[in-house]
Design a binder for this molecule. Structure first.
Ligand code: AMP
Length: 420
């Protein structure tokens, strides 16, 4: 199927052509006609499926057609709520790109930066607002945003939003929306709490389900190295010895871990940087730009920070830690191999993570191809419950000894100082 079969208006079609989008992705070919038909949507789709265009294109079209009849001051007619700053920025950029010939204006608001320029943009008047929940409520409380004219409402990445604790903020926002509106609700997964939330927002929705959670696994080549924990960082350097891996998104479980990995790589003269929630917004944006421009080879990210990152043609993902939730693995590897491109995911597994691999293989219903590295084989065994308890006990003891010896030394220092 081609885009021109979807009754998309010429100005939007032209922008899509310029982006070299020829065929709609499955979510686009299913959702766009329904949204143009003014249906509410309950969409089960993850990032990477083309869902942004699936809602942005018909919203732009509705607004463009309507603005033709309704000249005058701009009113805020469409609101998109999304969990992270990065996602918000990317959605805003998508609206700008697809709407380039429509005259429809959007702006993006998110926390972590001063509000001045966001308020100025709102004052000028926009048709579409893309926002993270906290900053939106803040600006609503201050009277800079009014939702009374919203006709098209999108809740994006609903599952991630609840994971991040935004449920109360979302309820407050929904309470301010006009009852008569079209609502589009997207989530990568559909557990009970998400379905319940969607029922409070949607009116007789059409279901569009394009990506069962294990689907990314079908398009991405996956490899797995079993190794010992202390060897992980050297094994990583060996893997990166392959110069074909020129741009890689590497996942770390913790912010601290992410910083450490980036530091280690830099020591080995591998250009890398970490991106996570503790980094200032402008630092994150700069790092992301450098990564996209090829100045940074390895971008080390935590799951939350990475969720919002959209990198066209990203070919490599490395899991430096194996996630203990199998769905997270699928989300991670789904960052590559997007929109039909080839992608490769490489996972590095220490003994304590072997059990996570078993869960992942169950979820994706296949065995991940293992690669043996002669220098770094996995020879250690995962600990059993008793060994784990013993290990924890010894760790506590070591900690206590460490602190009590520090106290003693400090005491001595003081006594030395004061006896002088
Ligand atoms: P999304 O799921 O919205 O984050 O989109 C994933 C990626 O696919 C983005 O980089 C889009 O630019 C790209 N994309 C979306 N729709 C199409 C399409 N119909 N043809 C080619 N690329 C697309």
């Amino acid at each position: 199927m081609q885009f021109d079969k979807l009754n998309i208006i010429e100005p939007v079609l032209k922008a899509l052509k310029e982006e070299n989008y020829t065929e709609p992705t499955p979510i686009q070919s299913r959702a766009i006609p329904l949204i143009l038909n003014r249906k509410d949507i309950l969409g089960s789709a993850q990032t990477g499926t083309g869902k942004t265009a699936a809602f942005a294109v018909p919203i732009l079209q509705h607004l463009h057609v309507r603005n033709g009849h309704d000249r005058g001051a701009k009113k805020l007619r469409s609101l998109i709520i999304t969990p992270t700053r990065e996602l918000a920025i990317q959605i805003g950029e998508s609206f700008t790109t697809y709407g380039r010939y429509t005259g429809i204006k959007n702006t993006v608001i998110f926390g972590g930066v001063t509000q001045g320029s966001q308020v100025t943009a709102l004052r000028k008047g926009v048709d579409i607002l893309v926002a993270t929940p906290g900053r939106l409520l803040d600006l609503m409380d201050q009277g800079y945003v009014n939702l009374q004219d919203i006709e098209y409402f999108v809740l994006d990445e609903a599952d991630r939003m609840l994971d991040m604790g935004f449920i109360h903020d979302i309820r407050k926002i929904i309470a301010k929306l006009p009852a008569k509106r079209q609502s589009l609700f997207f989530s990568a997964t559909m557990p009970d709490n998400i379905v319940k939330l969607s029922a409070t927002i949607l009116n007789r929705p059409e279901k569009v389900d394009v990506s069962p959670v294990s689907s990314a696994a079908d398009t991405v080549r996956q490899y797995l190295y079993y190794t010992n924990k202390p060897d992980k960082k050297d094994l990583l350097v060996h893997i990166l010895g392959d110069r074909r891996i020129d741009q890689v998104l590497l996942f770390a479980r913790t912010k601290h871990g992410a910083d450490k990995i980036a530091r280690n790589l830099k020591k080995k003269k591998i250009k890398s940087a970490a991106i996570h929630g503790d980094k200032a917004q402008n630092n994150r944006q700069r790092t992301l730009r450098q990564f996209k421009d090829g100045e940074i080879r390895v971008l080390v990210a935590t799951d939350i920070a990475a969720r919002g990152i959209d990198i066209d043609n990203l070919k490599y993902v490395i899991n430096y830690d194996i996630p203990n939730v199998a769905e997270t693995y699928v989300h991670r590897i789904g960052r590559t191999g997007r929109a039909g491109e080839a992608g490769t995911a490489i996972s590095i597994c220490e003994p304590e993570e072997n059990a996570f691999i078993r869960d992942i293989e169950k979820l994706i219903n296949r065995k991940i191809e293992t690669v043996q590295h002669k220098l770094f084989p996995q020879t250690d065994k995962p600990m059993n419950e008793q060994e784990k308890k013993q290990f924890e006990k010894e760790k506590q003891q070591r900690k206590q000894e460490f602190f009590s010896s520090r106290k003693k030394t400090r005491g001595r220092n003081y006594s030395n100082r004061y006896s002088r």
